[in-house]
Design a protein around this ligand. Structure first.
Ligand code: HEM
Length: 208
């Protein structure tokens, strides 16, 4: 138990490192020629990284047998939301200076902003329902609701692919990682279905 608390604290501080680094670079005026663009890009990438790390918890838990990893998933998901909020706030406050009309026009007209915005909106119910009380209250619906993290991550990758103009190498790396995670999920789902069908057949044969 004490060891797990230490691991959780270490992971928490590790998740804060990108934020601390950004704050340090901001305070020391080290964000380059275009600080707003630098902050937007940095927070966008870390949102995507945390989404992918969160999605990687279950495959890693199942392949390694480290069942305690599941207890870190909520914190990792909330860090994805934290970086998404910083990313969105940078866009609203620093990039657009709260210009509501411009923001709405941007969301409607630029497909990559539309996709990013929808992904961000979908993250909100996941963050709100991440508490133990909500997990208990929603019961089996909780798991169904939280499956939208897959379309959210797909939205994040599409957002990235759409905003880069020519060189798609960086977004392709994230798309590749996501494809592996989705492939694993599909494989596990098909395996569970085959297992359930065989179990049913076994029951039918033994009851004859
Ligand atoms: C889950 C939600 C989101 C994810 C995962 C995400 C991810 C990203 C990523 C990976 C980048 C590129 C970083 C780079 O070039 O290094 C980016 C850039 C950007 N994102 Fe997002 N984003 C999300 C939501 C949003 C929202 C809600 C908005 C605004 C409404 C937004 C606006 C932007 C803008 C303006 C850029 C910079 C484009 C440029 O460099 O010209 N994003 N985002």
């Amino acid at each position: 138990m004490r060891r797990f608390i230490a691991i959780r604290a270490a992971v928490f501080f590790a998740c804060l490192i990108p934020f601390l680094r950004l704050a340090f670079d901001a305070v020391t005026d080290n964000l380059g020629a275009n600080p707003i663009e630098a902050i937007t890009r940095f927070t966008g990438v870390w949102t995507l990284i945390f989404l992918l790390i969160t999605l990687g918890v279950t495959p890693l838990r199942k392949t390694t047998g480290w069942y305690w990893l599941i207890k870190l998933r909520r914190m990792l998901g909330l860090f994805a939301f934290f970086y998404a909020c910083l990313h969105f706030a940078t866009y609203i406050v620093l990039d657009q200076f709260f210009a509501a009309e411009e923001i709405l026009k941007d969301i409607a007209k630029r497909p990559y902003v539309t996709v990013g915005f929808v992904s961000f909106l979908l993250l909100i119910p996941l963050a709100i329902t991440s508490t133990s009380t909500m997990i208990r209250r929603l019961g089996k619906h909780w798991q169904k609701l939280h499956r939208i993290v897959y379309p959210i991550a797909i939205g994040g990758v599409v957002h990235f692919l759409w905003l880069v103009k020519a060189d798609i190498r960086r977004p392709s790396v994230y798309a590749g990682v996501l494809a592996v995670l989705l492939g694993y999920r599909l494989f596990a789902y098909l395996q569970a279905r085959v297992g359930a069908r065989e179990a049913r057949r076994g029951v039918l044969v033994s009851s004859r």
